[in-house]
Design a protein around this ligand. Structure first.
Ligand code: ADP
Ligand code: MG
Length: 694
């Protein structure tokens, strides 16, 4: 069986150019705005609906609004110069109304608005020289043609070369192409919600009047969620179906490690380990996510899980998104491994060729029990002898593609994902499907809370003075420079400028890290800061993830209003890691808008990553969050998550049921319909799995 797109859908995947009345220029504009296919055009939802009120005469209450008015021309005033408008003055229900046109043809206007003939005009009502005026009416129709002027009109986001009228015309042509579609929504849900069918919903979306449009949007929003849930269910079914040898372990290495640790585990860490341990001892491959705020102690949980794999005679690996982080994991794991009699190797792009060859060999032979590294671990030429478990740290930093490649490579390998960016439940479901998760909410004991204060940037001088006093008493500080999304170069320039000015005050105590440095430079700076040789680390957000210098107790973040809430929380997580009392100073540029104000306030009041993530979601909306997190997830066009979060869970339940009844999506009518749905929302990637699922 092939996973080719069903031919029934071909009309929707025709090029917009094939629509009647759409020339190459408009087609180019449409492609730029919505995408290449008729389907993309149909999914271009109106941003709002505009009403044209039908009035008997102009009135001040409707100024700057769209109105439809009667009009009878009295006098034509051709312009004296080309720059002036052509004016037609006349009567509108007893009021004087002037209609004005720039660059219009005289003949045309005489045909359209001959003196003494009653017409209806529709357009924006304005005022000029204290007289009612309408510039370039959208519609001019004869007296008995009022019905030709729409009462409601959808308004769309446009692009150069496109007008509402043109777009609408293309839309009507596109709607004509809609094939008959079978229903994929569960009948009782459809009935309960009172949703229209798919075609009717698209028609209502573009020809909206009141209630219908909102139900239509809701339905399409659900369609999109269901397509997404099905896609995830398919991918998971695929991942799940893979058998993996159980890793029951003996508990021996784990017990030894626990004896070596200077602390005992928190309740949440213990619970996560039980969950992981249970998964690992199943003959099915594990796919579990550990979510834990920064500093929650995920690394040791990962290590204990890896030991269970090694106890079962297999290898284990942990992959980090950056070389700095991989190094830190290695520094933590390697000495412990040695004491347990295990061999641990490191594999990053930064490791020298000879060392890399040795590591690769140890991995291939199986003499290395543990491997720590970046994605270099899974490059061509690296073959594990018998990889039982791979841990992916800060998993959201890796693209979907990397994750897929990894899971293709690791046949029979259990997978543990870890993230320090807490993901609200709804989002997690939408993004990952029904992934098993373990949560580390509790922080290891003995942490002092971080004091967070916000100050306007004018007080930077005072902050530097305070920093000086703190440094005299042995403190160490991060100084994070403003983030300019568009340009790494500007980031760097900002960081360098701040570095120079701080150097004038603090001299050699300051070091600098940014993304454009060579890794040797970066490492030297990090090392100097970690060892205490340097006291201030000026950095761009390269320090965001995972860096661990427990002695650092101060963080200054410049132009904090430019950072996202979760990102600020991540950054702040670099301090408060040791025993000293920590302070985070958010420097902002006034005036703050409401969103930024709320962000800074939230940070001052909360240190709970999960709560912060929820508020972040609330402030920014799911779309943006998903977008900026670069999850590789297609955007949700119809706002299903934001407007109807309750539908997310329903869509997943429904998808699960459907997959249970008809795993190949072709045995039942609804299954076949759902298959169409996958293509309609361009979840083809997942449909690929239908081939093997059948
Ligand atoms: P993250 O979850 O951000 O990856 P880490 O694993 O880096 O956190 O742990 C942060 C710090 O907390 C480390 O120094 C680690 O040794 C320490 N730690 C972890 N678990 C505990 C615990 N149960 N009790 C005390 N300290 C712990
Ligand atoms: Mg970590």
């Amino acid at each position: 069986m092939s996973a080719r797109r069903p031919s029934q859908l071909d009309p929707l995947f025709r090029s917009v150019e094939s629509l009647p009345g759409i020339g190459p220029k408009i087609a180019a504009a449409l492609k730029k705005l919505t995408g290449p296919y008729v389907l993309n055009l149909l999914f271009h939802a109106p941003s709002h609906v505009q009403e044209r009120s039908v009035l008997q005469a102009p009135d001040l209450g409707h100024l700057n609004r769209l109105v439809t008015l009667p009009f009878q021309a009295r006098e034509h005033h051709p312009p004296a110069t080309k720059r002036m408008p052509y004016r037609i003055v006349g009567d509108s229900g007893g009021e004087t109304l002037e209609v004005a046109f720039f660059h219009a043809s005289r003949d045309y206007l005489h045909r359209q608005l001959p003196t003494g003939m009653p017409r209806w005009l529709s357009g924006e009502l304005g005022q000029y020289n204290s007289r009612f005026r309408m510039l370039h009416p959208d519609y001019i129709v004869a007296q008995d043609d009022l019905a030709a002027i729409p009462r409601f009109e959808p308004r769309y986001a446009l692009t150069q070369g496109l007008t509402t009228q043109r777009l609408h015309k293309a839309m009507l042509a596109a709607l004509e192409l809609l094939p008959d579609m079978p229903e994929w929504i569960e009948p009782s849900l459809l009935q309960k919600r009172g949703w229209p069918g798919f075609q009717a919903a698209l028609e209502a979306l573009h020809a909206p009047d009141g209630k219908e449009a909102s139900l239509a949007r809701e339905r399409l929003g659900y369609d999109e969620l269901l397509a997404n849930a099905l896609a995830l269910a398919l991918v998971r079914q695929q991942a799940r179906k893979r058998p993996a040898p159980p890793l029951s372990g003996t508990g021996k290495l784990q017990a030894e490690l626990r004896r070596l640790l200077p602390y005992s585990l928190t309740g949440d860490q213990e619970r996560a380990l039980v969950e992981i341990g249970t998964d690992l001892s199943q003959p099915e491959r594990m796919m579990r996510l550990v979510q834990g705020d920064v500093g929650a102690g995920k690394t040791v949980v990962a290590l204990l899980a890896m030991l269970q794999a090694i106890e079962s005679g297999r290898q284990a690996a942990i992959m980090a998104p950056t070389a700095i982080l991989a190094q830190q994991h290695f520094d933590f794991i390697a000495p412990l491994a040695t004491r347990l009699g295990l061999k641990c190797v490191m594999m990053t792009g930064k490791v020298g060729a000879a060392a890399q060859r040795q590591a690769r060999q140890a991995i291939a032979e199986g003499s290395a029990h543990l491997a720590v590294g970046t994605h270099a671990l899974f490059q061509e030429g690296v073959e594990f002898r018998d990889l039982g478990l791979v841990v992916i740290d800060e998993q959201h930093r890796f693209g979907v593609e990397q994750r897929l490649r990894l899971s293709d490579k690791g046949q029979g390998t259990h997978i543990l994902l870890m993230t320090a960016t807490p993901i609200p439940r709804t989002l997690l479901l939408a993004e990952q499907g029904d992934l098993d998760t373990s949560i580390l909410r509790e922080k290891p004991p003995g942490r002092l809370p971080i004091t967070t204060i916000a100050k306007p940037v004018e007080q930077r001088g005072a902050v530097v003075d305070a920093l000086k006093r703190a440094l005299d008493q042995g403190a160490r500080a991060y100084w994070v420079c403003p983030l300019v999304e568009e340009s790494e170069l500007i980031d760097m320039a900002n960081a360098e400028e701040r570095y120079d000015s701080l150097k004038q005050v603090f001299g050699d105590q300051v070091v600098l890290v940014h993304g454009r440095q060579s890794s040797a430079e970066k490492d030297a700076a990090m090392l100097a800061f970690a060892s205490g040789a340097a006291k201030i680390l000026v950095a761009t957000t390269v320090i965001e993830v995972g860096v661990n210098v427990p002695e650092a107790t101060i963080m200054v973040i410049e132009q904090a209003e430019r950072f996202g809430l979760s990102q600020l929380h991540q950054l702040r997580g670099r301090i408060g890691r040791g025993t000293g009392k920590s302070t985070c100073i958010l420097l902002y540029k006034p005036p703050l808008n409401q969103t930024s104000e709320k962000r800074l306030q939230t940070l001052r009041e909360s240190d709970d990553g999960f709560e912060i993530a929820e508020i972040d979601l609330e402030i920014r909306g799911a779309g943006e969050l998903l977008g900026t997190r670069q999850s590789g997830l297609p955007n949700f066009r119809f706002g299903g998550i934001e407007d109807h979060p309750e539908l997310v869970a329903i869509s997943h339940k429904d998808a699960r049921l459907l997959m249970m009844q008809d795993p190949s999506l072709r045995a039942t009518e609804r299954g076949q319909a759902a298959r169409l749905l996958l293509y309609v929302f361009e979840r083809d990637e997942a449909a690929r799995y239908l081939v093997t699922a059948a």
